[in-house]
Design a protein around this ligand. Structure first.
Ligand code: CS2
Length: 485
């Protein structure tokens, strides 16, 4: 019986009945996947049947497996909204594998003809690409390893190509690779990475994947903060059982999927509200720039202003007005009109979603991996606005906020726990420059993040430099108030 000081010893959640047969392998069984893909898939099976059980694969940590295996893969979805809390048991995951413990078992299940889809929530850094160019980083440690050990890979790309090689050798059709990460043209990016990797292995394998494989693009959206011990305790209090794999999320969700699957094989996700479309690009751009662009802006400027969560940050009127200004003046003018969407209404709804006090989404969590996020969330918007002859003082302040943040010291002089693949390099560049102008120039020169033509734009550089100097002199809150005054 599970016990922890102060908490009642309640029974552990576990599966009643049989688990669904595997039809999907999912790489990256984190909170978002459990709040999103796994719920849509359960609803599709409930509505229309099908062997779409999910074998989830963790590429790094045993945490998800250790949380889910004792309860047969079942966990609780906790939806937190204005109408209160809704608890739903989700049973679409039938197994969790930990790749480093047994890579061969992962390759075996991915090579199984019953597996029709391999989906991904591996975060931006999981694609081992250079964010500013979209090219595969052949010098990436995981890629170097996997090209030499394709029978025991470490990267998502290594597992995908290794399994596809087995399927080709066995005369089995490829699976569909379904990227569900916040990247522009994520299906196209995944295809490019897989083909570039496969080309390093065998030209015939690359050509087969290029011809027979499918890599549909998707736009995914549901705000899902990391689960905390307090969340687990609250669920135990409310439902009387212990479930460390529970996920907390907003009621809102949106999944827009390019309907392009190998043999047309996929679950009836539309029965849970997913939208199958021919072209996802406009929806992706809308979401990445309007939601994720303001999310990252609030993360850096809100953190520096001393706000712990997004809802805390937008409870400060100046930051709410900042979002409205960014959407109206700097972001939406660069977003092509997605079919069926009202961009102004979409933005207004975003602000209400950010205000949700039940969702404790930490600015620190969203601030993670900014070097991998900024290009598609903010810098693409900046480049398009500048090309149209418009200035972007708000997004320049956001970029300056990121630069100040990765310097590793907050406005009270305390250290910031910066999580980013480039954290050490960014901090060293910042510390090695004495003035705001020198710091901005040093960070603009990081080509992983800033395309050279943007870094060379005098107007943008001057705007970021002025914003950075203001952050140092007056602080983030004052700079936001000044901008929206
Ligand atoms: C957030 C996203 O952590 C982050 O970077 O901006 O996870 C965001 O919550 C989702 O994209 C919302 O759909």
């Amino acid at each position: 019986m599970w016990m922890e000081a102060g908490l009642p010893a309640n029974p552990r959640l576990n599966r009643q009945g049989d688990a669904p047969k595997t039809g999907i392998v999912h790489l990256g069984p984190g909170a978002f996947f459990r709040a999103f893909n796994a719920i849509y898939t359960q609803e599709a099976m409930e509505a229309a049947g099908g062997d779409w059980g999910i074998t989830a694969v963790s590429l790094r940590s045993p945490t998800a497996r250790d949380q889910l295996e004792p309860q047969g893969g079942v966990y609780t979805s906790v939806s937190l909204g204005a109408e209160g809390v809704t608890h739903t048991l989700i049973g679409s995951i039938n197994k969790v594998l930990v790749a480093p413990e047994n890579p061969s078992a992962v390759l075996d299940v991915m090579a199984d003809p019953a597996v029709k889809i391999v989906s991904l929530t591996i975060t931006e850094k999981g694609y081992c690409h250079e964010p500013s160019t979209g090219r595969l980083r052949l010098d990436h440690a995981d890629i170097v390893h996997d090209l030499a050990h394709l029978d025991a890979p470490q990267s998502a790309l290594g597992f995908i190509v290794g399994a596809l090689a087995r399927r080709r050798a066995a005369g089995v059709a490829p699976f569909t690779v379904l990227s569900c990460d916040n990247l522009p043209s994520n299906g196209h990016l995944a295809r490019g990475m897989v083909l570039e990797f496969a080309g390093q292995v065998d030209a015939g394998l690359r050509d087969w994947i290029a011809s027979e494989g499918r890599f549909p693009a998707t736009m995914v959206d549901r705000i899902t903060p990391a689960t905390t011990e307090a969340d687990i305790a609250a669920l135990e209090e409310a439902q009387g059982y212990y479930d460390p794999a529970c996920v907390q999320h907003e009621p809102f969700r949106q999944w827009v999927i390019e309907d392009d699957f190998v043999g047309g094989a996929r679950p009836d996700w539309h029965l849970g509200g997913a939208q199958f479309v021919r072209d996802v690009d406009a929806h992706e751009t809308m979401k990445l720039r309007c939601l994720n662009g303001t999310h990252s802006t609030l993360a850096y400027l809100g953190y520096l202003a001393g706000y712990e969560t997004i809802s805390d940050t937008v409870s400060d009127a100046a930051f709410a007005v900042l979002c409205e200004y960014l959407w109206t003046d700097e972001i939406i003018p660069t977003v092509p009109q997605p079919e069926g969407e009202d961009l102004a209404a979409y933005a207004a709804a975003l602000l209400e979603r950010y205000r949700n006090p039940a969702i404790r989404h930490r600015t620190w969590q969203i601030a993670m991996d900014g070097s991998q996020k900024l290009p598609q969330r903010i810098l693409g918007t900046v480049s398009d606005a500048l090309a149209a002859g418009r200035t972007v003082p708000g997004l320049a302040l956001a970029v300056a906020g990121w630069m100040r943040y990765v310097g590793g010291v907050d406005e009270a002089g305390a250290m910031i726990d910066v999580r980013d693949p480039l954290a050490a390099r960014l901090r060293e560049l910042s510390e090695g420059a004495a003035t705001p102008a020198a710091k901005v120039a040093a960070l603009l020169a990081v080509e992983d993040v800033f395309a050279p033509e943007l870094a060379a734009h005098d107007g943008f550089r001057d705007a970021v430099t002025g914003a950075y100097a203001g952050l140092v002199a007056k602080g983030a809150r004052a700079m936001v108030q000044e901008l929206v005054a």
